[in-house]
Design a protein around this ligand. Structure first.
Ligand code: GLN
Length: 197
């Protein structure tokens, strides 16, 4: 039996991810301390607030351990989690916001690139390149990061208005929206399929 799915439960929308994995028959395990990474098979960095996440990751001493973990295990970053796994940020009006990405998934993002809270929206996104499904996914964008460029080893799995919104580099998966806020768990299932048998 493989280890449970790790959820970085420092801040953000991790409970809804738990619900999604449970619906798929997988247990989760909360990761708040470096030693807890040894208990999990993969890690989800949820949406929330990347400024707070940065502070809490560093306070918990998780920066190096998460980077080492990500070298050999699947990691999924959603919304603020995507900002955290990105290699670079652009368009910061105030660099002193203090967001310090982990530099794992080769992409540049702009925080709040789709507008403010009031501009939040749900849009149909094709998962055709993910699982060949013809049914669009109801993607919820909440102060979402915009992916402005991706590195040569990054696969664009889904786009919205011709811009990448789901990207993959090896066993690292990132998306600009919140996949956990619907009853459609295809993205969580896809992430589980990235786990070695
Ligand atoms: N705008 C937030 C940030 O910069 C992300 C929002 C979210 O995760 N829904 O961290």
């Amino acid at each position: 039996m493989s280890k449970p799915v790790g959820l970085l439960t420092l801040q953000g929308d991790y409970d809804k991810h738990r619900r999604a994995f449970r619906a798929l028959g997988r247990e989760t395990f909360d990761v708040r301390r470096p030693g807890e990474l040894a208990e999990v098979s993969c890690l989800v960095i949820p949406g929330g607030e990347s400024t707070t996440l940065t502070r809490l990751v560093d306070r918990a001493g998780l920066r190096e351990p998460v980077c080492e973990f990500a070298a050999h295990h699947p990691v999924m970053g959603t919304c603020a989690g995507l900002i955290m796994v990105a290699t670079a940020l652009t368009g910061e009006k105030r660099p002193d916001y203090g967001v310090e990405p982990l530099g794992l998934l080769d992409c540049t993002v702009i925080r709040n690139g789709y507008g403010r809270q009031i501009d939040s929206f749900t849009a149909p996104v094709s998962l055709d390149r993910l699982d060949g499904s013809p049914d669009p996914f109801p993607a919820v964008f909440i102060r979402a990061p915009r992916i402005t460029s991706v590195g040569p080893d990054v696969e664009v799995l889904a786009s919205y208005r011709d811009e990448p919104v789901i990207i993959r580099q090896g066993h690292l998966l990132g998306m600009a929206f919140h996949p956990e806020l619907t009853e459609d768990f295809r993205i969580h299932r896809y992430f589980l399929e990235m786990l070695p048998d």
